[in-house]
Design a protein around this ligand. Structure first.
Ligand code: TPP
Length: 551
């Protein structure tokens, strides 16, 4: 059974032709032709999620893991606007998302018809392509071109695109006849990688004795890891990674903040590289951004197929190719340089690690201590999703288990969809997914749990410090007369939500209870589980401050 609407058939046909596999649908009448069309197609897996904000983040989680475009479909009106947070995240995190909105025909907009808003181009600031389809058989070739261009853009440029589809009533009529699905697209287009003068940059590289490679958010990639290990054989190279870089080696500096927080002016000058080579997406560490902005390298090169962000205001060259392709060419032109740079800074790192271990051993029960215990207990090979609470910053201070894959919505750093994203991401992978969140983020996106697709092995760890602890860590909010408006303290717990959404609920309020709970928390269960850890918000910020003082 297919919708009688030609536009619905065309949209479905193109999605199938481009191998879109997952389609998340939110309820409504105007999108009935699309709902009917997608749910009846054997090659498409459809999901039903009511809250559009959650639906979009759930789809984002799937696309983050599958690295293929996922589609979301909603009705007309404000429904569509609820997609915006996830669209912005997809835009800045390079995640392919196909937004398909049903609309009223043009002549019914702004004339007092219900559930009608100005939908065309509504995401234009954060969308890679806007296809405003037109009703009528005579527009078939134009519509085909628009849909095809939209999906192709999502795939090529890795980001969100919007297809707005106007439907007149009747909306629910069906037929058994469909548009031919075959040969709508030619999927075998080869994209030429730009040619770059690696020899020239290799010479520049080899002439410098202080070089830093900074890796932002990066999907795990064994080849890239090996290439970086190769590069780090050069004594003049330091590799800076973050928890979301997903590359590991003993020679990499994986806790940038831990290394640079205690530095004085002379040490910063000593650390300042001549060349900075950056790759990957968003960088989490504020301290490293401040460092490179203040102590700018002579050359900043960025490698990314799509973006060339001048994060440190000194970008000189952009290689618009993937990092592995870049290193395939570049490594042939680099040679080791005699330098004490790497040895010196790895020895500083070692000292910091010793101080870190000593401090954590003795520290009282607090957010910092909890993160230490948690990171030691997450099962090997799990996918770790982090909310934009202070957890993503705390995680940066620890040596993470190299078997973990770590993700966080750092495109816009919103607290509004982390749980939904984690549930979607969990759905798309075989391994267990563990999601760690703060309380404000968790309660903000609690509709995420209103979801039939939560896997039984999905685990949420909620660090409940009674508010937005991050605002107490930052020095400025406490100096104002309005700390409550930043921290937003509360006494909520997740217990009743867990009852409502059928999560097994367990809790811990000290180290002993936490360890006891963690011993069995990741074991198989009949339902997903949530562990709520209550930490003392009066001391969390003081503990962290003292940690940095002791480094
Ligand atoms: C949608 C959105 N609104 C507001 C913010 C600003 N913000 C950043 S962190 C935060 C509080 C996070 O609190 P919680 O999740 O409890 O984590 P904690 O800081 O206690 O670790 C807020 C409100 C944001 N990032 N995104």
């Amino acid at each position: 059974m297919y919708s009688k609407k030609e536009l619905s058939q065309l949209v479905v046909a193109y999605c199938v032709a481009y191998d879109v596999e997952h389609v998340v649908i939110s309820p409504g009448s105007r999108n009935a032709p699309l709902t009917i069309g997608f749910t009846s197609h054997p090659k498409i897996k459809t999901y039903s999620i009511v809250d559009e904000r959650c639906a979009a983040f759930f789809a984002l989680g799937i696309a983050q893991q599958t690295r293929k475009p996922t589609a979301i479909i909603c009705t007309s009106g404000s429904a569509l606007l609820n997609y915006y947070p996830a669209i912005a995240e997809a835009f800045y995190s390079d995640i392919p998302l196909i937004v398909i909105s049903a609309d009223r025909p043009k002549h019914l907009i702004d004339i007092g018809d219900g559930q009608a808003i100005r939908q065309e181009n509504v995401f234009k600031n954060h969308s890679l392509y806007n296809a405003n389809l037109v009703e009528g058989k005579e527009h078939r070739s134009l519509n085909s071109e628009l849909i095809s261009d939209a999906i192709q853009n999502a795939i090529d440029k890795k980001g969100p695109v919007h297809i707005n589809v106007p439907f007149d009533e009747p909306l629910y009529e069906t037929t058994t006849l469909t548009i031919e699905h075959d040969r709508l697209v030619d999927n075998n287009i080869q994209h030429e990688e730009s040619l770059h003068n690696f020899e020239y940059f290799g010479e520049k590289w080899n002439a410098c004795s202080k070089k830093i490679v900074l890796i932002g958010a990066n999907y795990p990639n064994q080849k890239l890891q090996e290439q970086l290990i190769e590069l780090a054989k050069d004594d003049s190279v330091l590799i800076f990674t973050e928890s979301t870089s997903n590359v590991f080696d003993d020679k990499f500096i994986n806790s940038i903040d831990k290394l640079i927080a205690p530095l004085d002016e002379a040490e910063f000058l000593d650390l300042k590289p001549e060349i900075l080579l950056s790759l990957g997406g968003m960088v989490i560490s504020k301290k490293v951004k401040q460092f490179f902005r203040k102590y700018q390298p002579k050359y900043h090169l960025h490698v990314d197929k799509k973006n060339a962000p001048s994060t440190f205001h000194c970008l000189k060259y952009h290689f618009d190719i993937t990092p592995t392709v870049f290193f395939d060419g570049f490594l042939q032109h680099t040679k080791p340089v005699i330098s004490s740079y790497q040895k010196r800074w790895l020895s500083v790192k070692k000292d910091r690690d010793t101080n870190h271990i000593q401090f954590i051993k003795e520290v009282e029960f607090s957010d910092l201590k909890v993160v230490d215990v948690l990171l030691k207990n997450i099962p090997n090979h799990a996918q770790l999703q982090l909310a934009n609470s202070s957890i993503v910053r705390y995680t940066q201070l620890f040596d993470n288990n190299p078997t973990l894959k770590i993700f966080c919505n750092r495109g816009t750093s919103g607290i509004d969809g982390s749980t939904s994203t984690a549930i979607g991401a969990a759905h798309a992978v075989k391994n267990q997914t563990v999601f760690i969140t703060g309380d404000i983020s968790f309660f903000y996106d609690s509709n995420a749990l209103w979801n039939k697709y939560v896997k039984n092995d999905f685990r949420i760890i909620l660090i409940n410090n009674g508010g937005g602890g991050i605002f107490k860590i930052l020095p400025e909010p406490s100096k104002t007369n309005a700390l409550d408006y930043f921290e937003t303290p509360h006494h909520l717990t997740a217990k009743h939500l867990c009852e409502m959404y059928q999560f097994q609920y367990v809790k811990a309020a000290n180290e002993k209870e936490l360890i006891e709970q963690l011993n069995v928390f990741f074991d198989k269960g009949e339902t997903p589980k949530l562990l709520e850890i209550f930490t003392p918000n009066e001391i969390n910020d003081k503990v962290l401050k003292s940690y940095f003082q002791n480094l």
